[in-house]
Design a binder for this molecule. Structure first.
Ligand SMILES: O=C(O)c1ccccc1NCC(=O)[C@H](O)[C@H](O)COP(=O)(O)O
Length: 261
């Protein structure tokens, strides 16, 4: 089993346990559940930077990235820097995040929020809505076409946007469907942790124009973004490069200024 297999096995157990504690109807009664979501895809279409900045304490590939973060401080810093969207990791065992992080982020900013999670069940979409997310992530490597369809339609019914993540042509071809809003290419192979921006470049031509293209992972300088834009990418998910600094908001601000200069 690779790390992704392990994460999914653990996630299925975790979701089953959470369902036994909090029934779906309780999530539907949460205050934030009825709130209309912000559109990340629109923000990306009209943005000059396209940065989606991530709150990421640790990861399987890098271990600890930043343990001293205060979520509210990081996301406010990101918003002030002018990012288009903020990705909040909510997985605890592998990334040190939580749904509480998402709730704090929602209370702190008006920027579109992506619940960065390993989604295997509709229940997690109800959680995403109840805790203030605007967008959810679906990872093609761990879902069948049928499940991508069911989950994306369920998200659409809840008013959440969907970012579908692929890593190769096979995943892309099995996943294309109208219920997706954004197509993300992860430059990190989640099974081996190898990172190459060539993955985004190679897949770009295969992504139909109606989907906003997002390049994810391993982006550490503005030259990479200028290059990826040439391939039609409008969104750029950046985590470690900001989070490894003592002030992620300031790092994002400097990055965006450099990008726009
Ligand atoms: O980051 C990891 O090590 C990782 C391992 C296994 C599954 C997912 C993983 N990361 C999720 C992400 O996609 C990244 O956090 C995100 O794209 C930002 O990447 P980066 O800018 O390289 O921190």
């Amino acid at each position: 089993m690779n790390i992704l297999d392990n994460i999914i096995v653990d996630k299925e157990r975790e979701v089953a346990f959470k369902k036994s504690l909090v029934p779906p109807v309780q999530l539907e009664q949460a205050m934030l559940f009825a709130r209309p979501a912000f559109s990340l895809s629109n923000a990306l279409r009209h943005s000059s930077s396209g940065i989606i900045a991530e709150h990421k304490r640790r990861s399987p590939s890098k271990a600890v990235i930043n343990h001293d973060t205060k979520v509210w401080e990081v996301v406010k810093g990101y918003e002030e820097a002018g990012v288009c969207g903020i990705s909040v990791l909510t997985d605890t065992p592998y990334f040190g995040g939580s749904l509480e992080d998402l709730l704090v982020a929602r209370a702190s900013v008006q920027t579109p929020l992506l619940r960065k999670e390993f989604i295997v069940d509709e229940y997690q979409l109800l959680e995403a809505k109840a805790y203030g997310a605007d967008v959810i992530l679906l990872i093609a490597a761990v879902l069948t076409r049928q499940r991508i369809r069911e989950l994306s339609l369920f998200a659409q019914d809840l008013g959440l946007e969907v970012l579908l993540e692929v890593h190769n042509l096979e995943e892309l071809e099995k996943s294309l469907m109208p219920s997706l809003d954004m197509l993300g290419v992860n430059n990190r192979n989640l099974k081996t942790f190898e990172v190459s921006l060539d993955t985004s470049k190679e897949l770009a031509a295969h992504i139909p124009d109606e989907f906003v293209k997002v390049s994810e992972s391993g982006i550490s300088d503005t030259a990479a973004i200028k290059d990826l834009r040439e391939y039609g990418y409008r969104g750029f998910l950046v985590g470690e490069n900001f989070m490894k600094t003592t002030d992620p908001g300031a790092a994002a601000s400097g990055f965006i200024k450099d990008l726009n200069s």
